[in-house]
Design a binder for this molecule. Structure first.
Ligand SMILES: Nc1ncnc2c1ncn2[C@@H]1O[C@H](COP(=O)(O)OP(=O)(O)OP(=O)(O)O)[C@@H](O)[C@H]1O
Ligand SMILES: [Mg+2]
Length: 412
């Protein structure tokens, strides 16, 4: 076995691995033949071995008894990462969970490639946490510690959009200024670069904490949560006055990374209380069904599917909620989704302007924009890129693998 550098795109939603061999990128399939695997884990309650990727999602959908988690990357940098709780029959922290995921990932990469990996070049968003430099640094420190704990002796990081720029340079003009727009599950990352022949120079990078999981959250709150009681009213135990329904549980249930924390006796008690006072108890009964039967992730998957369908312009898209109540679903159209996501448009635009400003380049001088990441497939992203940089030709990269390919190139 020889030791070389493993390139890892540890994504909020999907992860991938690759190496550079004789100057060419070789992606390493971690699960079956696929180039990427969902960044998800499932710990069976009986303490049997943790599952990762699609196998984790299958265990969830099959209703196996255990704890499912996704979007772990969003928790890096938070105190929550180091709180221990009972997961899969033993007390562990979420940092332990990330480490276990990386241990399994590394072992499979080694088995698949017949190589031992002591060094890793990992992608990282330009900002794990926008506008909080200390938390952002902490997130990188946390991820580094998890890689070390997983057995990597040397850990280096490269900004994800800069890696994508390396992989995508052939998509742009051989002379000119380009913009990478990498919108994933958790963050939006941008790099302005200049190409001259086969040379590429990154002029500036910038990023914000906004991604597909935030889109899912807003879509869920606007379309699904009202059917569970969100926005409703409560009767007082004494007196006639009505009170507004508290929002917190609904917001958390709509947020991928927070769903597991709702599965506690305390939440069940809260929901019982809301149900007892609700003006529309039939809706709260659905919330109770979701909490007691732990259907939060499946509901989030249904929202994600509805988002993708509505974005593909399926006029009749619906968010399937039959798992809660037979025949129940929430309609979603391009228009209703647009309304829910409207507020994010300015954030994307401002971030692109900021990237151009840092690069000292006028947005009108950018001739190519390369779309990277699953959420760059959202129409609103292309809209905002062309509105910000009117002279661009839009190019779609290999959305889910451009970052890992570029990381592998950077190991050379
Ligand atoms: N066809 C599609 N249309 C719209 N969104 C999509 C589509 N396919 C996937 N997505 C969204 O893309 C996101 C995942 O993208 P990706 O795998 O690039 O993220 P990631 O690299 O894991 O996250 P990050 O880089 O932010 O850490 C999810 O939010 C998913 O819902
Ligand atoms: Mg990504």
């Amino acid at each position: 076995m020889t030791s070389s550098v493993l390139a890892v795109d540890f994504g909020t939603s999907n992860s991938a691995a690759a190496v550079l061999k004789a100057g060419a990128v070789r992606r390493i399939p971690i699960e079956g033949d696929a180039d990427t695997l969902p960044t998800a884990v499932f710990f069976p309650t009986d303490g049997s071995e943790m599952r990762i990727g699609r196998a984790a999602s299958t265990a969830l959908i099959d209703g196996d008894d255990g704890r499912y988690m996704r979007a772990l990357k969003s928790i890096l940098g938070h105190e929550l990462l180091h709180e221990s709780r009972l997961v899969g029959g033993k007390r562990q922290t979420l940092a332990d969970v990330v480490t276990s995921f990386l241990v399994a990932f590394k072992a499979r990469a080694e088995a698949q490639s017949g190589q031992e990996f002591r060094r890793v070049l990992s992608g990282r968003p330009v900002q794990f946490h926008s506008d909080n430099a200390a938390r952002d640094q902490q997130a990188e420190d946390d991820l580094r510690a998890c890689y070390h704990a997983a057995g990597f002796e040397a850990v280096d990081f490269l900004y994800e959009p800069e890696a994508a720029a390396l992989a995508c340079r052939d998509l742009g003009d051989t002379q000119g200024i380009g913009l990478i727009v990498d919108i994933g599950g958790g963050t939006s990352d941008f790099s302005v670069y200049r190409t001259e022949g086969d040379k590429i120079e990154v002029l500036a990078s910038h990023g914000i904490r906004l991604g597909g999981t935030d889109f899912d959250q807003k879509i869920s709150v606007a379309h699904v949560m009202p059917l569970l009681g969100y926005g409703g009213q409560l009767r007082r135990t004494f007196g006639d006055e009505l009170l507004p329904m508290p929002n917190a549980i609904f917001n958390e249930l709509a947020t991928w990374a927070k769903i597991p924390f709702l599965y506690a006796r305390e939440t069940e008690r809260k929901v019982e209380d809301l149900l007892a006072h609700a003006v529309e108890p039939e809706k709260l009964a659905r919330l109770q069904e979701v909490i007691t039967h732990r259907l939060g992730h499946e509901l989030a998957f249904a929202v994600e599917d509805g988002k993708i369908a509505a974005n593909a312009d399926q006029a009749q898209a619906r968010i399937a909620m039959g798992l809660i109540e037979r025949g129940l679903s929430a309609p979603i159209t391009a228009g209703s989704m647009n309304a829910a996501l409207q507020g994010f448009r300015d954030d994307l635009r401002m971030a692109m302007y900021e990237t151009c400003m840092r690069a000292g380049v006028a947005p009108t001088a950018i001739n190519t924009a390369i779309l990277v990441g699953g959420s760059s497939l959202m129409r609103l992203v292309a809209d905002e890129v062309t509105a910000t940089c009117p002279a661009v030709r839009l190019e779609q990269s290999e959305a889910f693998t451009a970052v890992v390919d570029g990381l592998a190139l950077a190991t050379g």
